[in-house]
Design a protein around this ligand. Structure first.
Ligand SMILES: [Zn+2]
Ligand SMILES: [Zn+2]
Length: 136
């Protein structure tokens, strides 16, 4: 048995996995999550502060849900998250699409560009020396 104190209510509970909160608090949190999700869906354009007040949830908790990709704000929402990679505005998660997809392919492109640049240099040298060689 792994006994822990619930981080939220302080009650002792048998810890299995996940966050250090007792099943009752976790259940409550899940209900809050559904409430927040519905509120954001039904009230387009609300700020994170308004959601927090309306649903009685911490702003930090809402941000965490957004970061965890569980919540997504609407296109026109003033709730803004920024990409941890490039700082672009995103609607959920931690990275924008560009950084998510580009992390691997962008690097590959960079390598390809370098290769092409090198090839160009080699060809330029050939062009310069080529005709001259013929005249000599
Ligand atoms: Zn609890
Ligand atoms: Zn990004």
């Amino acid at each position: 048995m792994n006994i822990k104190n619930c981080r939220s209510c302080g009650k002792i509970f048998n810890y299995v996995s996940g966050p250090f909160t007792c099943p009752a608090c976790r259940e409550q949190m899940e209900q809050k999550f559904q409430e927040v999700k519905a509120y954001i869906r039904d009230n387009r354009g609300v700020s994170i502060q308004e959601v927090a007040e309306a649903c009685d949830v911490d702003v930090a908790q809402i941000r965490q849900w957004l970061r965890e990709d569980r919540l997504e704000v609407t296109e026109d929402s003033p709730i803004r998250l920024t990409c941890e990679g490039c700082g672009a505005f995103i609607r959920s998660g931690r990275y924008c699409e560009k950084c998510k997809n580009g992390a691997a392919s962008g690097f590959q492109e960079l390598i390809n560009e370098n290769k092409q640049a090198q090839r160009r240099v080699v060809e330029d040298q050939k062009d310069k020396s080529g005709p001259k060689m013929r005249y000599l």
